[in-house]
Design a protein around this ligand. Structure first.
Ligand SMILES: CCCC/C=C/CC(=O)SCCNC(=O)CCNC(=O)[C@H](O)C(C)(C)COP(=O)(O)OP(=O)(O)OC[C@H]1O[C@@H](n2cnc3c(N)ncnc32)[C@H](O)[C@@H]1OP(=O)(O)O
Length: 396
């Protein structure tokens, strides 16, 4: 664990790459008053440092770095600490942001910080005041878009620049969206992705947001989140369709075994590189994959990380039907619109007849997989893989 702890210390970020609250956890949080003439703007600055803790929406890494740099400049002046090593990438990103402010006067940095926080607070307020269509509670960030039309509720992963990698916030938002979709008046629910990827799986930067309880607490809460997330798919009461618009990785592949239909473009691939990442299968795939494709094909995917083409995945029973990429969207949506006109209660009851016999077993498997992963996340193998990816040394 010593090696892991050392790497985590480097990975650990007090704001630049983690939750909005952590913006406030930079070391020099206490302000030093600059004298009577500066009191008004100093007060604004103090208010702004408090306001930043209340932001409802994660402002993103770029903005967090700006906030960090302006805070340091405002409180300590120009960057005066040695440049961190290249592998200490998080502290280096923070150092770069601070150093980029050059000799910007403290007072200007303070004003810029106050302005930036004000603009973030305003956009955070306006995003929660929007009245959602069809009484739906909107997700907490733009990374998930939920729409309802023609009897279909569509949940779209919307982080195309990050290949729709799933942040912690997105897991929570997907759970809320599924809960609402399960109760709304649509007949069918669809999960899909925006951009060239369906989903690149768990966002590996989730691992850098270490809570005060340390890595053990992080692994524990991650396992609870994973179990709750997968439980929502096990329990989803009406037909659930994956419209796989591009490559799929990790948890976005494993949970496909819990969907009722999986339509894929011929550009899609299906990749579960758990051993490469020092991890183990989740999403009930340790049960659903061997059941659908036999233990040896499941082992090739889940243990050896074999990437399947859409056609191979269809042959193995993971995908229902593959469509040419050029006509994928059109063909799939025509099909789904026709299905959504079928009597919704009959569809729901038929799904439950098909799925309910396995529910209890699936919940037990999900709990077991989540527990095992909790241990894996604390392993050197896993931590090395995450560090390699985040330091841009490794890709799948
Ligand atoms: C609490 C529940 C936990 C459940 C656990 C689940 C387990 C899993 O899901 S394991 C799978 C984890 N996923 C990965 O390991 C994928 C990592 N990503 C890659 O290997 C590659 O990015 C790619 C093969 C998916 C795509 O490569 P490509 O060259 O086409 O694009 P990139 O330039 O690499 O990506 C663009 C952009 O997106 C960022 N990104 C992509 N995937 C992830 C990810 N999973 N986590 C974090 N960030 C990701 C990538 O870093 C790039 O960002 P920048 O533009 O800022 O460099």
């Amino acid at each position: 664990m010593a090696g892991v702890a050392g790497r985590l210390a480097r990975l650990r970020c007090s704001g630049a790459l983690s939750s909005p609250l952590q913006v406030t956890r930079f070391p020099a949080l206490q302000l030093h008053l600059c004298g009577p003439a500066m009191r008004a703007s100093q007060k604004d600055f103090e208010n702004a440092t408090n306001q930043v803790k209340l932001l409802k929406k994660d402002p993103g890494n770029e903005v967090k770095l700006k906030l960090y740099a302006l805070y340091k400049q405002a409180t300590e002046g120009p960057c005066n600490v040695p440049k961190p090593g290249v592998l200490d990438f998080i502290n280096k990103a923070k150092w770069d942001a601070w150093n980029a402010l050059g000799s910007l006067p403290k007072e200007t940095a303070r004003h810029n910080y106050v302005d930036l926080v004000a603009s973030l607070s305003a956009s955070s307020e306006s995003s929660i005041q929007v009245t959602p269509a069809a009484d739906r509670k909107q997700p907490g960030s733009d990374a998930l878009v939920v729409t309802s039309q023609d009897g279909i509720t569509t949940i779209t992963l919307n982080r195309p620049d990050k290949k729709n990698a799933l942040t912690t916030q997105m897991y929570h938002d997907i759970m809320l969206a599924l809960e609402a979709a399960g109760k709304d008046d649509s007949a069918i629910t669809v999960l899909t992705g925006n951009g060239d990827y369906y989903c690149s799986g768990n966002d590996l930067t989730n691992f850098t947001d270490i809570p005060p309880g340390g890595v053990e607490e992080k692994a524990r809460s991650g396992a609870v989140l994973l179990r709750d997330f997968v439980d929502c798919f096990i329990d989803f009461p009406k037909p659930l369709v994956a419209v796989v618009n591009g490559p799929a990785v990790g948890i976005s592949v494993t949970i496909l075994g819990l969907f009722d239909i999986v339509y894929a473009t011929d550009r899609a691939t299906f990749h579960t590189p758990f051993s490469h990442l020092g991890q183990s299968p989740e999403g009930c795939s340790s049960y659903t994959f061997p059941k659908m494709m036999g233990p040896s094909k499941a082992t090739e995917m889940l243990v050896f990380g074999k990437k399947l083409t859409a056609r191979e995945a269809c042959t193995q029973g993971l995908v229902t039907e593959v469509f040419p990429d050029s006509t994928f969207q059109k063909e799939v949506w025509v099909r789904l619109k026709a299905y959504s006109k079928l009597p919704p209660n009959a569809m729901r009851i038929s799904k439950q007849v098909i799925r309910n016999t396995e529910k209890e077993k699936l919940h037990a498997i999900n709990a077991e997989e989540s527990n095992i992963l909790r241990e894996r996340w604390l392993s050197d193998e896993c931590m090395n893989a995450v560090v390699s990816f985040l330091s841009k040394k490794a890709k799948l």
